[in-house]
Design a protein. Structure first.
Length: 367
């Protein structure tokens, strides 16, 4: 293939598509390239949770900007985006203290504190001392979003998505693929955890690793409705706006004594409900450049035990098990100058669904 376009995006996950959508909105011609014939990576193996309020700093700014774009894309590209918010369940005094501090900082419009009874009225949970509703957060149909955005993008003037097109190398003004060369004024490489496959020196400088997750899909009784995403105390140790609170620090100290297995497994016990009613439950976290190929059943058992302890529901069959993976590196975002007109971009903190649509405009502004 030979052509000249304003922008080539390598990678058709949410991060790559975010750059293509933004470039197209600015009137640029854009081609997205992906080695697979559909999105099968981190963009479909996640919770579909736009976790906006629990972010901080730069990530919070990107998440807030992304929110409106998600709602617009849901309408125009035809996939489900629910303004259902997040329900954070507090079952200890430390967890409630973390929520109290966040509410004091952000105000009731962003963090609506709840009693235990109010939490139980919104979701079938047990043992809630209290909690909070974070109304700004979104629930995105992650199984459909990337494919629908890509299909919608191909209908826009000057835009194309080319699947089954492996990229072999990038250099100023040129992308070499297994199907020929493509010339472009600007190139953005958005290949997530596979930066080291295409740009190993960039990955080395960034200290990039792969974060491996174990996740489950459970089938609750018919008619079960859990509209908001559910976060627990383990989530308070991961999301920065909560993790920096005194309550979260006290909770970590407590679990180092009482629940070290949760910390050792890197558990972020949370769940979201798919459009078909099934629950996505997760997740564990392990870090390495290269991971072993085998999942640990003990980690799935731990997730299932935590779910049974949280939900006032009968035992639920496991419908699917899978491993998720995302890029991990110091900091939340990788933006690396590769060569003139070539930039590598990755979200290195597991919040690509939350922030990518806000990050992309900032990246394009930097060219």
């Amino acid at each position: 293939m030979t052509a000249v376009v304003d922008l080539v995006v390598v990678g058709a996950g949410i991060v790559g598509l975010a750059h293509a959508v933004e470039a197209s909105a600015r009137g640029a011609s854009v081609v997205v390239l992906d080695r697979d014939d559909r999105a099968v990576g981190a963009s479909v193996r996640n919770f579909g949770h736009a976790c906006i309020t629990a972010q901080d700093g730069e990530a919070l700014a990107y998440a807030r900007r992304a929110r409106g774009t998600w709602l617009q894309l849901g309408r125009t590209a035809g996939f489900r985006v629910d303004e259902c918010g997040t329900l954070v369940v507090a079952r200890t005094g430390e967890e409630m203290a973390a929520l109290d501090q966040l509410a004091a900082e952000r105000g009731p419009a962003e963090v609506d504190l709840l009693t235990g009874e109010e939490v139980a009225a919104r979701a079938p949970v047990t043992g809630a001392l209290g909690g909070a509703h974070l109304p700004a957060d979104l629930r995105v149909d992650q199984r459909a979003a990337a494919g629908r955005i890509a299909a919608w993008l191909t209908e826009q003037p000057g835009a194309a998505v080319r699947w089954s097109t492996p990229v072999l190398g990038v250099e100023p003004g040129l992308v070499r693929t297994g199907r020929g060369a493509l010339r472009a004024s600007r190139i953005v490489v958005c290949v997530g955890h596979d930066v080291d496959r295409l740009l190993p020196e960039v990955a080395d400088r960034a200290g990039l690793r792969r974060c491996l997750l174990q996740m489950l899909q459970l089938r609750p009784p018919a008619g079960t409705t859990i509209a908001p995403a559910l976060l627990t105390g383990t989530s308070m140790l991961r999301y920065p706006a909560l993790a920096r609170t005194e309550g979260a620090r006290a909770l970590r100290e407590r679990w180092q004594r009482e629940r070290p297995e949760l910390l050792d497994a890197g558990i972020n016990h949370m769940l979201t409900q798919l459009p078909n009613g099934d629950l996505v439950v997760g997740d564990t976290h392990a870090y390495a450049r290269t991971h072993d190929a085998f999942s640990a059943e003990a980690l799935d058992d731990l997730l299932l035990a935590e779910t049974r302890a949280l939900l006032d529901l009968p035992a639920m069959p496991v419908v699917h098990r899978w491993q998720g993976v995302y890029a991990d590196a110091p900091g939340e975002f990788l933006r690396a100058h590769v060569a003139d007109g070539v930039t590598a971009v990755a979200v290195t903190s597991g919040i690509g669904m939350t922030t990518a649509l806000g990050l992309a405009p900032a990246v394009l502004d930097s060219f």
